[in-house]
Design a protein around this ligand. Structure first.
Ligand code: SF4
Length: 216
């Protein structure tokens, strides 16, 4: 499978995971932004434990700015960079209240002006909330796309540049959400489920492993 087949791959993944959605816990788009923000260098599981406890009480930006920063730090101290995250969540909530009347802006430019909201955060947020044609290429996505020879690249950044231009609103087929499920539960770094994978015939990794076994 080569680069031109990425929309086909996206469509197939959508068939595999027709109900794909983020595994982060949230009840509204503001909470999703906070959850993504907290998930930097942390697992969805760690973030969900915190959010299931506190999102019942912290529903809108104003709820957070009514707290002391130290209280936020205490709430989220089981995720990495909690000191930085708490300060930046507090600042972000202030900006949302003052500049956006507690609404969440919906462009990458506006979102990335918020503290601690990187381009990754903005893309993931828009992909989940609006099904926008964005994915974020981390090491996992980079691994999968190279295994399938959808790209032939050396770094996630290079992969991102190559594949982002392939998508339109019409052809990306929820790719962000389905890709996460694909690398998390099917094409893992170790022991991917090649025997039951419908992409095996096209997969560079599978061919390599298969040939290696033939020579044993
Ligand atoms: S065949 Fe194996 S390595 Fe290739 S995409 Fe499928 S699960 Fe991943």
């Amino acid at each position: 499978m080569l680069k031109r087949d990425i929309p086909f791959f996206a469509k197939q993944l959508n068939k595999m995971f027709p109900d794909a959605k983020t595994e982060l816990y949230y009840n509204n788009e503001f909470q999703l932004l906070i959850a993504i923000l907290m998930s930097a260098q942390a697992t969805d599981k760690q973030v969900n434990i915190i959010n299931r406890n506190f999102f019942e009480f912290l529903k809108i930006p104003k709820d957070w700015i009514d707290l002391w920063v130290e209280e936020i730090t205490e709430f989220i101290n089981s995720v990495s960079f909690f000191n930085n995250k708490s300060k930046n969540i507090y600042k972000t909530c202030n900006i949302l209240v003052e500049k956006y009347q507690s609404q969440i802006p919906k462009t990458i430019e506006q979102l990335t002006e918020l503290p601690w909201v990187w381009i990754k955060t903005a893309k993931v947020f828009l992909a989940v909330i609006e099904d926008a044609p964005y994915i974020w290429v981390d090491t996992h996505v980079h691994r999968v796309l190279n295994r399938l020879w959808l790209v032939n690249t050396k770094s996630p950044l290079e992969t991102d540049k190559k594949i982002s231009k392939n998508f339109t609103k019409e052809n990306h087929w929820q790719l962000h959400n389905t890709l996460v499920l694909f690398w998390r539960y099917h094409c893992m770094a170790r022991k991917p489920k090649c025997k039951t994978c419908e992409f095996s015939k096209m997969c560079k990794y599978y061919k390599k492993e298969f040939k290696k076994n033939l020579l044993k």
